[in-house]
Design a binder for this molecule. Structure first.
Ligand code: ATP
Ligand code: CA
Ligand code: CA
Length: 414
């Protein structure tokens, strides 16, 4: 955060980054239209296209009121192929990215990255370190070999890698799928790694309107875990095992499972309370306490299929979604679950933050300590240790098969 309370990244105002990258992406997508579709070649992973954006505009670029900048697009043809793999049409991608201002998210991470969410809730743009950008470039061919074979996955899907250059500063950005819908209230959010070392949300995080909690908080809030139908549980664990095998093969670690929980019963209670309040003369219809989006957009987002194919939590784990009839306000795709009190939950989840390769992590002193704390000292085995501990935690502590006592509660699914 900069002096005047304005958010900055590398001393550049966030609003300037946001506007400039929209111009850059618009130009990059537009430029692709003239390049015919063809099979991917290995060299497509290495290409970088650079465009200058002078104030006054040029033959290819519009005039603008931001600082002059350069915009680099990495592997444009390869990313077009990946977008196509997930059913994203060029026009739709352009609309999502550029037709409305992006929303800046508050980041609970320590890295100082900035996150932008597209107005239609589909994509997240994250600033990444130089090393992470380089790593993604190298990762691309192998990673997408996996996603091509198996698009049903909780792994992050990357749809673009860019670099905004201004005053000799580089801001690298990745575009990826958004996991947490913003038009449904998430009663709890967790960033889980399977570690217990320093895995508690900070005080300032906990004071936020919608904090992201961590492993230790989860174990405190859900001492018995979260319960899933046996089929759902099996599908989820199988997907995570498959995904972790891919991450391990690339020696990736430090990733998290991001879990957003919508509590249907809680939402009902909130609604009827709001109704009571309205009846007694107040005009407060926002019982959710969440930042609301434009009315039109909100309805559109709920009624519409997701733009990105195979991208809801339910689709990612290859399970069939049963419609939840009483609650037409809830988007499809959440994984039905129960807490220990038998309340009905919908889970939105995915694996995030995978661009930290083992090499990168070595530099961070506090993670050394955590390795020692976790008893993991054999370097070669670290990624596999990480994956195993992650899977153990998810399969035993976080998610459980539903016990019959919870099954027979009155609001049981048919
Ligand atoms: P650090 O390296 O310190 O852990 P970071 O800056 O690399 O942090 P991430 O771990 O990638 O950030 O993400 C931080 C938070 O941003 C997550 O806990 C989550 O709340 C949100 N977030 C990240 N990626 C996504 C996504 N794809 N969809 C929705 N929310 C996301
Ligand atoms: Ca992280
Ligand atoms: Ca990170």
């Amino acid at each position: 955060v900069g002096e005047g309370g304005e958010i900055t990244y590398k001393k550049i105002q966030s609003s300037q980054i946001m506007g400039s990258i929209q111009l850059g992406i618009q130009h990059a997508i537009g430029g692709l239209a003239s390049k015919p579709e063809r099979d991917l070649l290995m060299q497509d992973f290495m290409t970088v296209e650079t465009t200058n954006f002078p104030h006054e505009g040029s033959n290819h670029t519009p005039a603008h009121h931001y600082s002059e900048f350069k915009f680099k697009t990495y592997a444009p043809i390869a990313f077009r192929y990946f977008r196509d793999l997930f059913g994203i049409q060029p026009d739709d991608f352009l609309m999502s990215m550029c037709s409305a201002p992006l929303r800046e998210l508050s980041n609970p991470g320590a890295s100082g990255s900035i996150f932008y969410l597209t107005n239609d809730d589909e994509f997240i743009i994250k600033t990444v370190q130089h090393k992470e950008g380089e790593f993604l470039q190298k990762l691309l061919p192998g990673y997408y070999l996996n996603l091509d074979q198996n698009p049903r996955t909780l792994l992050p899907k990357f749809f673009g890698l860019y670099c905004y250059q201004c005053n000799s500063k580089n801001v690298r950005l990745v575009a990826m799928n958004n996991i947490l819908p913003s038009y449904v209230k998430l009663h709890q959010k967790y960033d889980l790694k399977g570690s217990t070392y320093k895995r508690k949300a900070s005080k300032s995080e906990r004071q936020k309107g919608s904090p992201t909690y961590k492993d230790l908080d989860f174990m405190e809030h859900h001492t018995e875990g979260i319960f899933l139908e046996a089929d759902t549980y099996n599908a989820l664990i199988k997907t995570m095992q498959r995904d972790c095998r891919v991450l391990e093969s690339f020696k990736i670690m430090d990733y998290s499972l991001l879990v957003g929980i919508h509590n249907l019963d809680e939402a009902h209670r909130e609604k009827s309370e709001a109704r009571k309040r309205n009846d007694s003369g107040h005009s407060d219809d926002d019982a959710e306490g969440e930042p609301k989006r434009g009315g039109l957009n909100r309805t559109r987002s709920i009624n519409r299929q997701r733009l990105v194919a195979h991208s809801t939590a339910m689709e990612s784990i290859q399970a069939e979604s049963e419609p939840i009839d009483e609650e037409e306000d809830v988007p499809p795709g959440g994984i039905p679950a129960r807490n220990a009190r038998g309340e009905r939950l919908l889970l939105f989840l995915g694996i995030i933050d995978i661009l930290q390769s083992y090499r990168l992590r070595k530099k961070l002193e506090h993670t050394w300590k955590s390795m020692i704390h976790d008893g993991d000292t054999v370097s070669v085995h670290r990624p596999s240790f990480y994956a195993q501990r992650f899977l153990d935690f998810m399969g035993k502590t976080v998610f459980k098969k539903i016990p019959s006592s919870l099954k027979h509660s009155p609001s049981k699914r048919k």
